[in-house]
Write a protein of this length. Structure first.
Length: 146
Protein backbone atom coordinates (compact mmCIF):
# COMPACT_ATOMS: atom_id res chain seq x y z
CA UNK A 1 0.00 0.00 0.00
CA UNK A 2 1.44 3.37 -1.03
CA UNK A 3 1.65 6.39 1.22
CA UNK A 4 -1.14 8.02 -0.81
CA UNK A 5 -3.35 4.95 -0.30
CA UNK A 6 -2.76 5.07 3.47
CA UNK A 7 -3.58 8.79 3.55
CA UNK A 8 -6.78 8.23 1.59
CA UNK A 9 -7.79 5.46 3.98
CA UNK A 10 -7.25 7.76 6.98
CA UNK A 11 -9.38 10.51 5.49
CA UNK A 12 -12.10 8.04 4.48
CA UNK A 13 -12.27 6.69 8.03
CA UNK A 14 -12.59 10.21 9.44
CA UNK A 15 -14.88 11.55 6.70
CA UNK A 16 -18.04 11.44 8.84
CA UNK A 17 -18.41 13.94 11.71
CA UNK A 18 -19.91 11.16 13.86
CA UNK A 19 -16.72 9.11 13.49
CA UNK A 20 -14.58 12.09 14.45
CA UNK A 21 -16.73 12.50 17.57
CA UNK A 22 -16.35 8.76 18.36
CA UNK A 23 -12.57 9.17 18.21
CA UNK A 24 -12.78 12.15 20.58
CA UNK A 25 -14.99 10.26 23.05
CA UNK A 26 -13.04 7.00 23.03
CA UNK A 27 -9.66 8.68 23.57
CA UNK A 28 -10.69 9.52 27.12
CA UNK A 29 -12.36 6.23 28.16
CA UNK A 30 -13.34 2.94 26.58
CA UNK A 31 -17.06 3.07 25.78
CA UNK A 32 -19.66 0.53 24.64
CA UNK A 33 -22.01 0.94 21.67
CA UNK A 34 -25.04 1.97 23.76
CA UNK A 35 -23.13 4.63 25.68
CA UNK A 36 -21.66 6.03 22.48
CA UNK A 37 -25.09 6.02 20.80
CA UNK A 38 -26.60 7.94 23.72
CA UNK A 39 -23.80 10.53 23.72
CA UNK A 40 -23.92 10.92 19.95
CA UNK A 41 -27.71 11.09 19.74
CA UNK A 42 -27.91 8.36 17.08
CA UNK A 43 -29.14 4.77 17.10
CA UNK A 44 -27.00 1.88 18.31
CA UNK A 45 -27.16 0.41 14.79
CA UNK A 46 -25.75 3.59 13.24
CA UNK A 47 -23.08 3.73 15.93
CA UNK A 48 -22.11 0.11 15.20
CA UNK A 49 -21.65 0.92 11.52
CA UNK A 50 -19.36 3.83 12.35
CA UNK A 51 -17.43 1.69 14.83
CA UNK A 52 -16.92 -0.98 12.14
CA UNK A 53 -15.32 1.58 9.79
CA UNK A 54 -12.99 2.83 12.53
CA UNK A 55 -12.18 -0.71 13.68
CA UNK A 56 -11.44 -1.86 10.11
CA UNK A 57 -9.09 1.11 9.72
CA UNK A 58 -7.23 -0.04 12.84
CA UNK A 59 -8.03 3.04 14.89
CA UNK A 60 -10.24 1.41 17.54
CA UNK A 61 -9.48 -1.63 19.62
CA UNK A 62 -12.33 -3.68 21.10
CA UNK A 63 -12.19 -5.18 24.59
CA UNK A 64 -14.88 -7.49 25.96
CA UNK A 65 -16.17 -6.57 29.41
CA UNK A 66 -18.82 -9.07 30.46
CA UNK A 67 -21.60 -8.99 27.87
CA UNK A 68 -20.43 -5.72 26.34
CA UNK A 69 -17.60 -4.73 24.04
CA UNK A 70 -15.91 -1.45 24.86
CA UNK A 71 -13.98 0.48 22.22
CA UNK A 72 -10.95 2.68 22.72
CA UNK A 73 -8.61 4.55 20.39
CA UNK A 74 -5.36 2.75 19.62
CA UNK A 75 -2.87 5.52 20.44
CA UNK A 76 -0.11 3.84 18.41
CA UNK A 77 -2.24 3.92 15.27
CA UNK A 78 -3.27 7.49 16.02
CA UNK A 79 0.40 8.53 16.31
CA UNK A 80 1.17 6.89 12.94
CA UNK A 81 -1.81 8.68 11.38
CA UNK A 82 -0.64 11.98 12.81
CA UNK A 83 2.80 11.46 11.27
CA UNK A 84 1.33 10.51 7.88
CA UNK A 85 -1.15 13.39 7.74
CA UNK A 86 1.54 15.79 8.96
CA UNK A 87 3.65 14.88 5.95
CA UNK A 88 0.77 16.02 3.73
CA UNK A 89 -0.75 18.87 5.74
CA UNK A 90 2.32 20.20 7.55
CA UNK A 91 4.70 22.86 6.21
CA UNK A 92 6.53 21.83 3.08
CA UNK A 93 10.23 22.83 3.17
CA UNK A 94 10.43 23.55 -0.56
CA UNK A 95 7.38 25.85 -0.40
CA UNK A 96 8.40 28.03 2.53
CA UNK A 97 10.54 30.55 0.59
CA UNK A 98 9.56 34.18 0.04
CA UNK A 99 6.79 34.83 -2.46
CA UNK A 100 8.18 34.89 -5.97
CA UNK A 101 11.33 32.92 -5.08
CA UNK A 102 9.78 29.56 -5.88
CA UNK A 103 10.35 28.64 -9.47
CA UNK A 104 7.79 27.11 -11.80
CA UNK A 105 8.54 23.41 -12.07
CA UNK A 106 7.21 23.12 -15.61
CA UNK A 107 10.11 24.19 -17.83
CA UNK A 108 8.20 23.21 -20.98
CA UNK A 109 5.98 26.31 -20.82
CA UNK A 110 8.73 28.89 -21.00
CA UNK A 111 9.92 29.58 -24.57
CA UNK A 112 12.87 31.57 -23.28
CA UNK A 113 13.69 30.12 -19.84
CA UNK A 114 16.97 32.05 -19.56
CA UNK A 115 15.27 35.42 -19.76
CA UNK A 116 12.45 34.43 -17.41
CA UNK A 117 14.46 32.08 -15.23
CA UNK A 118 11.27 30.03 -14.81
CA UNK A 119 9.65 32.51 -12.42
CA UNK A 120 5.87 31.97 -12.42
CA UNK A 121 5.02 35.67 -12.19
CA UNK A 122 6.85 36.26 -15.50
CA UNK A 123 4.71 33.83 -17.50
CA UNK A 124 2.56 35.28 -20.26
CA UNK A 125 -1.12 34.27 -20.58
CA UNK A 126 -0.19 32.05 -23.54
CA UNK A 127 2.49 30.27 -21.52
CA UNK A 128 0.10 29.77 -18.61
CA UNK A 129 -2.45 28.28 -21.01
CA UNK A 130 0.08 25.89 -22.58
CA UNK A 131 1.49 24.86 -19.21
CA UNK A 132 -1.60 24.69 -17.00
CA UNK A 133 -4.54 24.56 -19.43
CA UNK A 134 -7.57 26.84 -19.27
CA UNK A 135 -7.32 28.26 -15.78
CA UNK A 136 -8.35 31.64 -14.42
CA UNK A 137 -5.41 31.78 -12.00
CA UNK A 138 -1.79 30.75 -12.49
CA UNK A 139 -1.43 27.38 -10.77
CA UNK A 140 2.00 28.23 -9.29
CA UNK A 141 1.33 31.72 -7.90
CA UNK A 142 -2.45 32.02 -7.65
CA UNK A 143 -2.37 35.34 -9.52
CA UNK A 144 -4.95 36.07 -12.19
CA UNK A 145 -4.07 35.79 -15.85
CA UNK A 146 -3.19 39.12 -17.42
Amino acid sequence: MTKEDRLARIFQALAAPTRVRIVQLTRRNPLCVNTLAARLGVTAAATSQHLRVLRDAGLLTPARRGYFIHYQVDETTLARWQELTGSLLGPQPELTGKKGEDKCQSKRCCPNPKSQDGKPQDCSPGQIGRCHGKVKKHACTGQRRR
